[in-house]
Design a binder for this molecule. Sequence first.
Ligand code: DGY
Length: 329
Amino acid sequence: MGARFLVTTAIPQPGMQLLEAAGDVTVLPEPPDYQTLAELCASGDFDVVLTQLRDVVDGPLLARAQIRGVSNYAVGYNNIDVEAATAHGILVGNTPGVLTDATADIALLLILGTARRVVEADRLVREGGFHGWEPELMLGSDVSGRVLGLAGFGRIARATARRALGFGMEVVFAPRPPGDRPVSDEELGEFAGGVRQVGWDELVECSDFLSIHVPLNEQTRHLVDADVLARMKPGAILVNTARGPIVDEAALVEALRTGVIAGAGLDVFEDEPRLAPGLAELPNTVLLPHIGSATVPVRAEMARLSALNAVAMAEGSLPPHPVNPEARA
Ligand code: DGY
């Protein structure tokens, strides 16, 4: 019998082709709710399920599942209980590397867009409010010479640093709080001498732009809360391209409303696709629909990698990008 794949939402073509060449593919007509996905995984009808970020693959689902692997169409995998998957011998795959530059582009876009009030300015023009050049029309803040603080210093943070240095920003970082550890010059590589490591408290307090680049887990949930926001500079801008629940969104709305910080550029939200009450009404925000990786080539490459992961797992092999290789032991 050939491999049997369950695809919760169709992925771009290179991926679908690979799956179809390797076995039988069932694509659901609409994103499944939790119960539907749990029953399909428990049915014994599929070897591997190809999931999206919104598919919740938790412990109870995995305990009943009769599958060999879960291939997530994303680099992040906070929607999957990896520990439970490992305990049940179920491999998990993801798509690292291919979306680094695209996501860093969006981080820069949010930094620039928020600093220069691009959404407000665009709206003003469209609504007929542009009556010619004015000395004080839509004044924003500079980015050159200002401090970009990176929470985390993994692939996407580094790609963001590379871009920010090109814009003349001063770049500081704190690796994965709260587990700060000194990063050697060797690990810094091309950034040695160009960026500076600081502690989490200093990062919060000295950044003109604080950009989030840590994974979502129990240590980082609400890492940026009311207390952290209160310690940021009043002119600071918060940027999040990582995961929404890392920021307490209700506290952020309050901080933006009361001038505790100056603005926010968000590509991710705490309870996607819903926004915290009041967020959409705030002018000092740029809000994007989780499009960090949304370019045609990047999504095609993510599809290819997630399909390769799925095919390998269906064959009983380690996928090219395993999250929990120990599950195969
Ligand atoms: C990811 O891959 O984790 C992004 O959030 C979506 O591409």
